[in-house]
Design a protein around this ligand. Structure first.
Ligand SMILES: Cc1ncc(COP(=O)(O)O)c(C=O)c1O
Length: 451
């Protein structure tokens, strides 16, 4: 079904002009083959010629409320008419309201927000604040993580995209990941035991780096684009919290991708029952209606900056239109019970993906939470030989799966060995089943590559 199709330009014309005059992220430009999008509504979008796609990645895992939500559009329009901009040194009604609501939905103890324009800025300001607060330098992060593409945030993430930016900032120290499906740490023990070894190793890393040099431990609340690699026990997080307290280290949790209902709770970390000292947010904060990020700090860190300069600033920090969009989004999550729906539909999605695993030999692992899932494809379930391989060019079977998904009208992320399923939180059971049927078809193309 076509919706608001713009007749004036063809798919090819739009793509050609985009490629002629603009640069696409993370790609050799000649290889880019974007879908030209004309309009979007709910969990769907349409290309210029009326082909409909299910948005099974919520774009960049950020359009959590779905596309074209009238309440958010109205809030932005109203704010633009009333007051479109004041510089961050001024106060506005909507800034206070958005920050107050954020304090009410984030884990206990978090109170004051510094607004920015996206995830990288939210993380960079979090690291800056932790360094200013502690007077220490180093930040410990995970290898399999992504924290943004600024110079500091890029170094903080262990994702191999950082390798083009090496050596990056010198004060990042990386630790191993709770990748129970593949990490050698888990080869001879249970997932729970492996988690505990990792925390022991974190403590050893702190000792080796000198506790008085470590400003922060920075972890995703629920790991995202690096493969949804999360510990299997809440004890991991409780022990990390305890270590940070013991050594006077600030615990920064990056909720840029896992926040705002994605995991079936407001924030990924809410699944583990601890509070960080600082939290970084973006994406689902405004769901792409306008750009916005936020770094929220606990009362103690907030008070530190009462009498110590906060060396952070951006022209667009706390801009009223962003604050209005954030406030409207947070209200939509609440009023439309989207977080409850994510938890409920997450169970349907998990069950469907596990059925696909039973049916298709190429599916080695299925993991995730809420509406945040992926399938990891293998050539052999016993040996776990990867279908593609970490940081390798796209293999033939993965290319076939991706092409088939697209052909059947599904847009989602296919990265290395992973096929992501991360739809908007407003999705229904019927729509999920439609998406699972498309995945079922596409996976058939990878099965023949298995031994
Ligand atoms: C966990 C996490 N942190 C930070 C970022 C960076 O956000 P942005 O692209 O808005 O700078 C991302 C982006 O995917 C992310 O997933």
């Amino acid at each position: 079904m076509a919706s608001n199709v713009q007749e004036s330009m063809t798919n090819q014309e739009v793509v050609d002009k985009n490629k002629e005059y603009s640069l696409f992220s993370w790609s050799a430009q000649a290889s880019v083959n974007p879908i030209p999008v004309s309009t979007a509504k709910g969990i769907h979008f349409w290309d210029m010629e009326g082909k409909r796609y299910m948005d099974f990645s919520s774009q960049l895992m950020n359009v959590n409320v779905g596309h074209g939500h009238p309440k958010i559009i109205e809030a932005i329009q109203k704010q633009a008419e009333e007051l479109q901009f004041v510089f961050p040194g001024m106060a506005s009604k909507v800034r206070g309201e958005a920050a107050e609501m954020l304090a009410s939905i984030t884990p206990a103890g978090l109170k004051k927000s510094f607004f920015s324009l996206g995830g990288a800025e939210a993380v960079e300001n979090a690291m800056k604040m932790a360094r200013l607060y502690t007077g220490r330098q180093k930040v410990i992060t995970r290898y399999r993580s992504f924290h943004g593409a600024g110079f500091g945030s890029m170094s903080a993430g262990g994702d191999p995209r950082r390798l083009a930016n090496e050596p990056g900032v010198p004060w990042i120290v990386r630790i191993q990941d709770p990748y129970s499906y593949r990490s050698p740490i888990y080869r001879h023990c249970t997932p729970e035991q492996g988690d505990m070894i990792l925390v022991d190793l974190l403590e050893e890393t702190i000792e080796m780096e000198g506790p008085n040099n470590v400003a922060a431990v920075l972890l995703e609340g629920y790991n995202g684009s690096s493969g949804l690699i999360a510990p299997s026990t809440a004890k991991y997080w409780h022990r990390v919290r305890e270590l940070c307290d013991r050594y006077g280290i600030v615990l920064i949790v990056d909720e840029v991708m896992s926040g705002f209902g994605r995991t079936g709770k407001w924030f990924g970390i809410d699944n583990y029952g601890i509070s960080p000292d600082i939290m970084a947010m973006a994406k689902g904060l405004t769901c792409g209606y306008v750009p916005m990020g936020a770094t929220i700090v606990n009362e103690k860190i907030g008070k530190h900056f009462d009498n110590n300069q906060l060396w952070c600033g951006l022209t667009y920090s706390s801009y009223p239109i962003g604050c209005a969009a954030a406030l409207a989004c947070m209200k939509v999550y609440q009023e439309e019970n989207l977080i409850e729906n994510a938890a409920k539909m997450g169970k349907v999605l998990e069950a469907g993906l596990r059925k696909l695993q039973e049916k298709h030999v190429c599916v080695g692992d299925v993991r995730g939470i809420g509406l945040f899932w992926l399938m990891e494809l293998v050539k052999n379930r016993e040996t776990k030989e990867p279908m593609n391989g970490f940081n390798k060019p796209v293999s033939e079977p993965m290319a076939k799966v991706a092409a088939r998904l697209k052909e059947l009208g599904m847009s989602t992320f296919v990265r290395w060995d992973w096929v992501f399923a991360v739809p908007p939180l407003c999705i229904t059971e019927e729509q999920l089943n439609e998406g699972l049927a498309i995945m079922d078809d596409a996976l058939s193309l990878a099965d023949p590559y298995c031994s």
